[in-house]
Design a protein around this ligand. Structure first.
Ligand SMILES: [Zn+2]
Length: 342
């Protein structure tokens, strides 16, 4: 077989051309063409898939970019909220500090006011006691028996001392008969006098106060009724023990509304004015005794008018409340100071 190939190409006119090709060259050319075709096919395929992959990637990048943008916006919003909250927190802390300072200031003002009122009222009590001739420190001798408790050093603080002083006055004033048992005029004073029944010289151990039969008689200090009975010339008679050596006696009563052993408070009704016993008319015989000896009730009865009439009888109750409040305030301000209970 020939190593060459004749390729004949003819046209419509009958003319033709022939090519002479060696088989080897043709085989080589065909191999090269096949290789080129295969390469182009592979490259085309890869390019097609690469393009598709690139499109997907671009889309994903776009989506991720959108997500990043959204997240960035949210982070910005969160940062802004955080800044606002931080600012509000700072404002609140500032307000809290201001309120704390205001509270402390108000507490101090309250304390100062309480101390000032205590001082003023202590002064008032001192003046009253001085006017009626009662020395407070002699009224309430401290009784150290049947007592105990932890030792607490005396406080040098002014307000605490004032508190103790006021308490002492209060104790004293509770047992001191102050004011008038009935409002009438004086018909017979304390001391030496001519007896109203027989006209002879005698000693009047109390004060006679005019009153209409049935007028209310009030206790002049808190205490316990130690006597309530028909007492001969005194008629219907009541004696009240106020403690600290003080007793008061009420005679010629029409009726008695308390009995022996009853506890009474200042201003409480104990009976009515009458004309029982050795008496020339409706009146109240009122007597104050200190350690059993009668003393002149005049100054004690005037105590009401030394300040204002409502003052002294209501003072004890008011002061008790105020002292409790003051104690609380002082205890809060001086937590390291223990105030011993009385
Ligand atoms: Zn009398």
């Amino acid at each position: 077989m020939s190593d060459r190939l004749h390729i004949l190409i003819t046209g419509e006119t009958g003319k033709g051309r022939s090519f002479l090709l060696s088989r080897r060259k043709l085989k080589t050319s065909c191999s090269i063409l096949a290789g080129l075709f295969l390469s182009c096919t592979v490259l085309g395929y890869n390019s097609f898939h690469g393009f598709n992959a690139n499109t997907d990637l671009t889309a994903r990048i776009a989506t991720l970019t959108d997500q990043v943008n959204v997240l960035t916006t949210e982070i910005d919003a969160s940062t802004s909220t955080n800044d606002t909250l931080s600012s509000q927190l700072s404002d609140l802390a500032l307000q809290s500090n201001q309120q704390k300072e205001t509270f402390l200031l108000e507490k101090q003002v309250l304390l100062n006011t309480a101390v000032s009122e205590l001082e003023e009222r202590s002064g008032m009590i001192e003046r009253i006691m001085c006017n009626i001739g009662v020395e407070v420190k002699d009224i309430s001798p401290p009784d150290s028996s049947n007592s105990g408790g932890p030792y607490i050093a005396p406080q040098k603080d002014f307000s605490t001392e004032l508190l103790y002083r006021s308490n002492k006055y209060l104790d004293a004033i509770h047992s001191v008969p102050l004011g008038r048992p009935i409002p009438g005029g004086i018909s017979s004073r304390f001391g030496h006098r001519s007896d109203p029944v027989n006209g002879e010289k005698g000693f009047h151990s109390g004060i006679d106060i005019r009153g209409r039969s049935g007028d209310t008689i009030l206790a002049t200090a808190e205490g316990v009724v130690s006597k309530a009975f028909w007492n001969g010339g005194y008629g219907k008679f009541i004696e009240i023990d106020h403690g600290n050596g003080y007793t008061t006696k009420f005679a010629h009563m029409r009726s008695m509304t308390v009995k022996r052993g009853d506890k009474v408070t200042r201003g409480q009704k104990i009976g009515t004015v009458g004309n029982t016993g050795r008496s020339t008319g409706s009146h109240l015989h009122y007597e104050i005794c200190l350690h059993g000896a009668p003393i002149n009730p005049s100054n004690f009865m005037r105590a009401d008018r030394l300040n204002n009439a409502a003052g002294i009888t209501q003072l004890s109750a008011q002061k008790s409340k105020q002292l409790k409040a003051s104690k609380l305030i002082i205890a809060q301000n001086k937590q390291d100071v223990a105030i011993p209970e009385k």
